[in-house]
Design a protein around this ligand. Sequence first.
Ligand code: UDP
Length: 364
Amino acid sequence: MVDYLIVGAGLYGATFARTMTDHGKTCLVIDKRSHIAGNVFSKTVDGIEVHQYGPHIFHTNSEMIWDHVRQFATFNDYRHKVLSDVNGDKYSFPINLKTLESLWGEMSDAELLKKFESVKSAHTHNETLEDWAIAEVGEEIYRKFIYGYTKKQWGTEPANLPRSIITRIPVRNNRDDNYHAARFSGIPVDGYTSMVANMLDGIRVILDADYLENRSFWDSWARTVVYTGPVDEFFDYEHGEMKWRSLNFQHRMLKTPQFQDVAQVNHPDEHVPYTRSIEHKHFVPSTMGDTQHTVVTLEYPQKYIRGLEKYYPVCDDEQRSIYEAYRKIIPSNFIFGGRLATYRYYDMDQVIASALSDARNRLC
Ligand code: UDP
């Protein structure tokens, strides 16, 4: 018998397990995958650390979280720069004065800003992603950088989507081309898997263990279960199946030292089936020259069907009310945490913060 059975060895589960173990509680972590680290799982492929489930750039405004993660890994000072490929031309993204200059030619900053103001529309009902974006950046920029990307990403017209999806992307009136505005940013130089392994140091972990297939067996091991799997599957879909968007990653090894100028190039053109190309070696710039080959991942958005990986929750009112119905029936000896169990899109720092807070609440 242990104090906590933790279902899922991703960032939430590992953070919770570490905190409880450090406070004298006994924990057992299980995961149905054959590896730890959930979707931040990375592995070394011919000398290059490859993010297996999409690019993960650690960024946070919280000094507490930044100090916390650096107990488990050495981080470099990588800051994420993204280019957007529109019909073969590369533009700085998110939209900033460099983007406008590439679009409209050389002008003073004041002239660029004046023109930028003049192209924005005076939409008043900007609740949808489309209306909000046109109001913020104007029709031309919306069509080039946002419309196709968003339609591919979500499999629907941007006019059907809430603006909350895009407001996380800044629109800048200066030349700052960092993708994230966070105070702290970096990549663990030995990879995320090694970071999560350090979090789990000394804690028993069983892989290839599917909790839902044998839940009474696993429940018998612990007083409290911390569940990080999909909330609807846990309840056998009794209030309905929750909607997700899925992704298909195609990893390619190329016999060239460098494929693109930055780690991430976005592909908003509708006729290009993928949304991003990721060249992993950029994440650890000190290793750029180490290999004559490179690994590139193309990211293809997909309709979610059962059996595929769940990536993005489709947060509309209907889904929120289904989630609420599930949340109300969570048994008292269970804690639900992380992206899948709380049906929330989380950045890494947010998921760690929520696991720390849930663990500390239990310890009070
Ligand atoms: N987006 C876009 N063009 C881009 C990048 C993002 O229109 O080149 C929009 C798109 O709607 C996307 C949202 O911004 O769903 C959030 O993008 P983000 O890069 O935050 O997505 P994530 O990295 O979380 O997949």
